[in-house]
Design a protein around this ligand. Structure first.
Ligand SMILES: [Zn+2]
Length: 156
């Protein structure tokens, strides 16, 4: 039996090291954490996507008493982009989260379902996503969802 290894490369940056464009996207994601609807988990996640036309759209988690109905911040932002600008590529995604103590120190990472949605977004527009996972201590900068989702499901 052969053993294969999958490795991931990403950058760790201080907020000040990010480009102005990336800082603005992160700030939008942070602002989204303040309006998320999370009365059950009290874990408030915000996301922001930037489109190729410069439009920035926000998303935040939307919980429901019937938990399965709930929606993550990342997909609410990605789907808003798809619903309102179907012909414009999404090029960047930023994610931030806060709990009762405030913004998380360590970067928050998207769940598997949202990673799969990002795989589809890359496939749809034929380009890798620039992904910013924000924490107050540092931000992970990831170019391409394959770094977070190797061997992803695809029918293409
Ligand atoms: Zn998710």
């Amino acid at each position: 039996m052969e053993v294969k290894t999958i490795s991931t490369t990403f950058h760790v940056a201080n907020f000040e090291e990010l480009s102005e464009e990336d800082r603005m996207l992160v700030e939008k994601a942070i602002s989204q954490t303040e309006i998320s609807y999370a009365p059950y988990s009290h874990f408030h996640v915000g996301a922001a996507v930037r489109l190729d036309n410069g439009v920035v759209l926000g998303g935040c988690n939307q919980e429901n008493a019937a938990f399965g109905v709930s929606m993550c911040a990342e997909r609410s932002a990605l789907f808003a982009a798809g619903a309102n600008y179907p012909d414009v590529a999404v090029n960047s995604v930023a994610i931030a989260a806060r709990d009762a103590s405030g913004l998380l120190a360590e970067p928050v990472s998207p769940c598997g379902v949202c990673r799969q949605a990002m795989v589809e977004t890359e496939s749809r527009y034929g380009k890798p996503l620039h992904i910013l996972l924000y924490g107050t201590r540092h931000t992970f900068v990831i170019n391409g969802i394959s770094s977070l989702m190797p061997l992803a499901f695809s029918t293409f």
